[in-house]
Design a protein around this ligand. Structure first.
Ligand code: ATP
Length: 551
């Protein structure tokens, strides 16, 4: 189902990345060609993820060049690049099938038919051994779903759906048992050779079998390059520098031992020797120059014959061309497709969260307490304060409910949206619009039932008053929802955005002029900025409209 890619060569030269206080990558150079599996190895914190982030264009570099077929890798070409992040970021309430379906519909161009997209999902699911968990929810810490290994493969499956020419994978085997890790690496290797794709994968402690699958190897130590070249030459290269790997020893373990150095304890002799060897390795950095010639001869961009590009469209036109045209467009799918699919996904994800049984039970209890206390309250001047109290309590309750539900929901989705947007999957406007429209009926359904029950059980008025009470209550919910969305966007830290929301709502209750105690003169203006002031005044004006003596 994948298309065979045209041969290409990705080259990176003298990549430098630093923060204010630290150099993360220093003069990293190398290349990867179609059909290659380039492994990036190094101790933890060596800069492997940073390196992938730079290739993917997610971290900016201070200097250095990245080229594809000798021309600078631009934004359009990056669309043919897939990136499987180290963390498996998904929406927890969707099943694996729903997740893949969404990805296929939104990231594969509109020109490809739905049937072809579905077939593609099935092929990838089959090849990655995900069939048995296809209808399992992804899950999270509260609700178990896919296992770690299944999530990792699901993550890879999502990227494979877009049929990238270059696939960057951060730690594909982490958390997998050795047999699953081996199977996955075989699948990736086959994918690279069969479809002429380039794979760049960071990897920790591969088995010797997996190690021998690598075409090329990049070794990093504290952001510096210790080796780049053919994987099967690395042991020879180390031996030439006096570091010999004994026979039958896993080369990957040997390399990791050579590269791991505790700089705090390098007083002892072994570490001092190792430190010197490492310095030598880094200063020579001749893995690159030594093997460059070999590699050029072996995998030059013109060496591999151009293969047939599978057609996506079934109308006889070249699908390859269609896909090529798509890559030059800003988005793979139209605004309408994006809106429709995001609406579908948002509804699936939010339904379980917004209509959670605990929230329903909570609303039922509070409505019951309010109804018992205020049951068929007398319509007279004596009960004005009680009725004012009831209106204030219901508005406050729903303000906090909306704030919490919206901010928590937004926080859960933030990482997913950021991942999708980095992959150029959809417009932010389509996401926002879809989120509002999909969540609105869910968010408003419970306050609708709550307010209806409380109004009639408490006997707050007639039919016209009911519509005013209900309508204004709903508008209040929408107002707080948009406040929460703004806080969610502006403030990354969920506790901070929740705190800001609480201060705004509680500040409004205290300074809104609802109490016998008035705020100081210089704070009187605050009531006009408070959220609850307007819905409260509107409802009370209507409910008490006939009580001229009260006003
Ligand atoms: N934005 C940043 N600001 C400061 N330091 C950073 C930043 N990003 C990464 N680092 C540091 O850069 C170093 C390399 O990080 P990176 O995640 O690339 O390492 P890694 O080799 O992928 O590690 P691991 O194998 O543990 O995933 C680490 O010491 C990390 O703490």
């Amino acid at each position: 189902m994948e298309s065979v890619s045209k041969s290409s060569k990705l080259e990176f030269k003298d990549l430098m990345v630093s923060t204010k206080s630290k150099v993360l990558l220093k003069n990293v150079s190398g290349s990867a060609s179609s059909g290659d599996l380039l492994a990036v190895m190094g101790p933890t914190g060596a800069g492997k993820t940073t390196f992938l982030n730079v290739l993917a264009g997610r971290v900016s570099r201070d200097s250095g060049t990245i080229t594809l077929n000798r021309s600078p890798l631009n934004k359009t070409q990056r669309r043919r690049l897939g990136y499987v992040l180290q963390d498996d970021i998904f929406l927890s309430n969707l099943t694996l099938w729903e997740t893949l379906y969404f990805t296929a519909m939104i990231r594969i161009p509109d020109q490809v038919s739905k049937q072809e997209k579905t077939e593609k999902i099935n092929t990838i699911v089959e090849s990655l051994g995900l069939k048995k968990c296809l209808h399992t929810a992804i899950g999270d810490i509260f609700c178990r779903g896919l296992s770690g290994g299944e999530k990792k493969r699901a993550n890879i499956a999502c990227e494979l759906l877009t049929d990238p020419d270059i696939l960057l994978i951060d730690e594909p085997t982490s958390g997998l048992d050795s047999s699953t890790a081996h199977t996955l690496m075989v699948q990736l290797k086959n994918y690279a050779t069969e479809f002429n794709k380039t794979i760049v994968a960071t990897i920790h402690q591969p088995s010797s079998q997996v190690f021998h699958m690598f075409s090329t190897l990049l070794l990093l130590v504290e952001g510096e390059m210790a080796y780049f070249g053919l994987a099967n030459m690395v042991i020879e290269h180390f031996a030439s520098l006096g570091m010999t790997c004994s026979q039958h020893y896993n080369p990957a373990d040997f390399l990791m031992q050579m590269l791991t150095l505790d700089t705090n304890t390098k007083e002892n002799e072994t570490d001092t020797q190792k430190f010197e060897s490492l310095q030598l390795l880094i200063s020579l950095r001749n893995g690159y120059s030594v093997t460059e010639t070999d590699m050029e001869g072996r995998i030059g961009p013109t060496e591999v014959p151009l293969m047939h590009v599978r057609t996506f469209s079934d109308d006889g036109k070249t699908g390859g061309d269609a896909v090529e045209r798509e890559t030059t467009r800003r988005w793979p799918t139209s605004f309408w497709t994006q809106f429709k699919m995001l609406n579908w996904r948002s509804y699936k994800q939010s339904k379980g969260r917004i209509l959670h049984k605990f929230d329903l039970i909570q609303a039922a209890f509070i409505a019951a307490f309010a109804s018992i206390l205020f049951f068929q309250i007398e319509d007279s001047a004596n009960t004005v304060r009680d009725r004012m109290g009831l209106v204030m309590i219901t508005l406050t309750y729903w303000s906090f409910q909306m704030l919490i539900t919206t901010i928590l929901g937004f926080t859960g989705e933030r990482a997913v949206v950021s991942k999708d947007r980095s992959a150029g999957a959809y417009r932010l406007s389509a996401y926002y619009l879809a989120k509002i429209t999909s969540e609105m009926p869910l968010l408003l359904s419970v306050p609708f039932l709550f307010n209806t029950a409380v109004y009639w059980l408490a006997g707050l008025g007639g039919v016209d008053g009911y519509f005013v009470y209900l309508g204004i209550g709903i508008l209040n919910c929408l107002m707080i929802q948009s406040l929460a969305h703004n806080l969610g966007v502006l403030i990354k830290d969920v506790r901070l955005s929740m705190m800001a929301g609480n201060v705004i709502i509680m500040g409004g209750l205290l300074l809104g002029g609802f109490l016998n105690i008035s705020p100081p003169e210089w704070l009187l203006w605050v009531k006009y900025l408070t959220f609850v002031h307007y819905p409260y005044s509107a409802i009370m004006t209507y409910i008490l409209k006939d009580m001229t003596d009260v006003w």
